[in-house]
Design a protein around this ligand. Sequence first.
Ligand code: MN
Length: 231
Amino acid sequence: MKWIFTPSEPAGLPVVDQDAQFPVQRIFCVGRNYVEHAQEMGHSGREDPFFFCKPPHALVAVDDSGNSVMPYPSQTDDLHHEVELAVMLDKGGKDLSLEQAVDAIYGYAISLDMTRRDLQAAAKKQGRPWETGKAFDASALIGPVHPKSQTGELTQGQIALYVNDQLRQQGDLSQLIWNVAESIAYLSRFFTLQAGDVLMTGTPAGVGAVQKGDQMRAVIEGLGQVQVTVR
Ligand code: MN
């Protein structure tokens, strides 16, 4: 194939105990998927899941080395953290059953759905799309991928976020309104899923703002932790 210019390489994530990277195609995100977070955002009850996307260009691979950095984005005074379980798919398809959805999972990672909350709130009020609030550069911070072959299927376990060692968010994966398999199966009714797709599964209660210089530490039981400094 001849190109007018050289296309960029796919975004990639390191995989624990492997020298090959996981190539990231699309990043889907579930909105309001823990009861207490839905309540803190002014909603109640079990509504159907809804999804938004971040481009793979928004991805920053982060780790626990202490060297991971996210630049404070432009055009906001209210940058929020949302710690989430991210799920990587190595199989695709549409109208997946719950069993097929679980089978499509390659692995898991800790992620942060960084959000310009002020722009998202303005977009909600005006009925506009969320991209400037959700899909900006460095808005998808994702840690190393842990293959499901090592972790087993993750359906429970603590998920938490600390800012400067103070606990901000806490929940359990078992509290997901739409669990991982249900979320993937539901998503596959609307999109033909592909190997390389990533799903960020929603955040527990306690979202809040970070400032330049703050250090975020995200923890998910079975996946270790990642640390990211806002610069
Ligand atoms: Mn989120």
